[in-house]
Design a protein. Sequence first.
Length: 435
Amino acid sequence: MPDEAVIGQPEQSAAQGEGTRRRWAYLLPLVFITYSLAYLDRANYGFGAAAGLAATLHISGSQNALLGSLFFLGYFLFQIPGASYAHRRSATRLVFFALLAWGALASLTGVIRLFWLLALDRTLLGVAESVIFPAMLILLSSWFTRSERSRANAILILGNPVTVTWMSAVTGYIIKAAGWQWAFIIEGVPSVVWAFVWIAVVHDHPWQAKWLNKPSQDWIELELEREQESLPHMKNLLAALRIPAVILLCAQFLTWSIGVYGLVLWLPTMIRAGSKQGIGRVGLLTAVPYLLAVILMVLVAYFSDRALERERFVAPFLILAGVAFFSSYLATGTSFWLSYVCLIVACAGMYAPYGPFWAIMPEMMPKNVSGEVMALVNSFGAMGGFIGAYGVGLLQAKTGSARAGIFLMSVALLLSGILTLCLPKPKKHPQPQRA
């Protein structure tokens, strides 16, 4: 427990400040790499699909779309149990076992040849990865205070667009050199290796970290305790479900995820069909939309923490993404490059508000339920991911064009932005005073 007397000693403030800054340099790169590996093994399916996976396995376009989306059914199943284990037992241990499992399952995607076995593999891959995001959010909420949380969340989630950026370029050339099967096998191995690095160096709480000095450990624990005192008491997850904002957040993230995963999984196929480029060039073109997303994520998280505001940094960007998708829908079939530029804007708008969004729930309810609520919201996002991945892929297979899928993403993002505007105004919590 924190020692307030120690915290108050002026001669220790310099050491305390130095120690707390170490969290950003030490912990967040490890978190970023781990989530990057998860996203690598999740998003590379789109390149396999664009490189002829369906033709190699002799499956239909509908079956190909189903394989891309089955991940999200598995992803939906264990969100809340995973969050409960991470909160009550250990987030770091849970992530360790998940890394081992999803690395092996991701590599098997390049080995399996039977449709039903591949469908089972993709579903189990979703199960293995379902625990990672809630566990990471719970871990960060034990290390970073309210005035830091949006930036910490943003660095975690930067693993998404940053990974897709380099993965898009690298995977395209691996497929060109060795085939799509070897791309899956090669890209699954790093997760297994990284699991042992993770469990050796990452800790669940500041007081467990030997690299953090005692004044810093005490300060972090005390700040987090003060934040909890300002939040309403909630006995369990059922009590949290009585709050209308929680239901709105579930619906909002479901519609948001339709757009995100519809784009992530099928953008390579859209670009290849529209541009008539080779798979190597498709990889480079797929990477570009995520570059602007990375920049905007960092800026939005910084200003959200500075203003201690969340909702007003979320809705405008989702609405912008919806409008950009609709503009791309209008341009598709007429001008590939105009449609492509609109998709760049849509991608940036979708990713920009992730940091402040995931800071909403820990500031709305106490830590004994906030982790499970975040998992619940993320599980609805998984259902949105299934709808987006399957719906966009199926529409593209049935119509032979990307237009219908882009229109679906446009409607989903506009609805998500509108639902964000319907969230009740948050109560103002006084900023904790540092001793």
